[in-house]
Design a protein around this ligand. Sequence first.
Ligand SMILES: Cc1ncc(COP(=O)(O)O)c(C=O)c1O
Length: 391
Amino acid sequence: MTFTITPAKRLQTLPEQFFAALVAKANARAATGRDVINLGQGNPDLPTPSTIVDRLKNAAENPKYHKYPPFRGFPFLKEAVVQRYKEDYGVDLNPETEVAVLFGGKSGLIEISQCLLNPGDTCLVPDPGYPDYWSGVALAGAEMAFMPLREEKEFLPDYDAISSSDLERAKLMFLNYPNNPTSAVANAEFYEQTVAFAKKNGIVVASDFAYGAIGFDGNRPISFLETPGAKEVGIEFYTLSKTYNMAGWRVGFALGNPEIVEMINLIQDHMYCSLFGGIQEAASEALTGPQQSVRELVSIYESRRNALYEALDEIGWKANKPAGSFFCWLPVPEGHTSMSFADLLLEKADVVVAPGSGFGAHGEGYVRLGLLTTEDRLREVAARIGRLGLF
Ligand SMILES: Cc1ncc(COP(=O)(O)O)c(C=O)c1O
C-alpha cells in the first residue's frame, strides 16, 4: 500500500505566491546569460552599517547569548525601540507592556490575524496591498474585504465607501504608509479619521510602518501611534529591515495597544523562543546608535528616485514621484495590462518590474519598480524602455 500524505485544508486556503513566479521568470531569463536588471523585488541592495555588524561579531562570543534568550526578548531591545519611537515620533511606549519583539515584521503581520480573527470574521485589507496580509487572514480562516486605494484619493482608503455588512463583520484592518506598492504617505488628518472610524465600528487597526524611515523631499513619515487615541484601537508594526538594511536579520516589533501586544506575545510563547541574543544586541545598537546612516540611506534613495524620474520623463513616461518608501508606482501604457507590460519589459528590455495586479485588482494598470540599484542602472532601465518606443 502506498503511503499518502495529505496536507491540512488550511494549506489549501493559502493564496498563490504570485511573486515566486515572477522571480522564477527573471531567473530563467538571467540564466540565459542576459544582463537582466531586476527592479521587481523589495530587497534592500546596500549593506547593514558596519557598527551594527561589528556589534554582532562581538556579541556572538558572549556565552550569555548561547543559552535560550528570554521568551519575550531582552529588555534592552525593547527599551531601545521605545527610545527610538520617543526621539523620532514623540510617542511614549511602555517597554514591558507595549512592545513585542518579532522575527521581522512579516511574522507579526501573520500573527495578528491569528490573534484576532475567527473563521467567518472579516478583515479590511488595502487593494493594492502587501500580499502577506492575505496569507494571515487565510490561515485564520477569515474573509477579506478590500479597500480600494485610488490615485484620485491619494491612495488612501475611503471609509465611507465600505459597505455596512463588511463594517459589521470586520474586526481588523491593515494600513500601510509609506505604502507598498503605491509609495503614498499618510497625513495626520487621515490617521485621526482612522481612529474615529475604528472606534465607531469596533475595528482594530494594524498599521504596517515598514517604510517609516523613508520619506522624501524633507518630509518625515508620521507614525500612526502619534495620533491621539491610536493606542486604544491599534498597533503598529515596525521593522529594522528597511531602516538599517537589515532584511536578513529578521528583527521587528509590534508596538502599542497592551492587550494586543500580550496576545502576540502569548502566541509567540507557543511558537518561538525569541531571536538570538547577539542579534538583539546588534539591533539595539542600530536603534540607539548614531542615526546618520539612516539619513544617508534616505538621501541615496531620493537621488536614485530623481535620476530615474528625470530619465523616465525624457522617454515620455510620466508619473508622480514617490513621496516615501523605495517603490515607484507607474501607469502602464495604453493597450497593456500590468502583466502583459511586465512580460514585455522582461522579454524586450531585460528589465524586471512587478505587475500591479499581483497586489490586488486595483493594482491593475500599474507596475512597481524598486529603487534598489545604482543611479546608472536606473538610467539604463529608462534608456532600454525608451528604445521600445512605447511612450
Ligand atoms: C509593506 C511591507 N510590510 C512588511 C514587510 C516585512 O518586512 P520584514 O518581515 O522584513 O520586517 C515588507 C517587506 O518587504 C513590506 O513591504
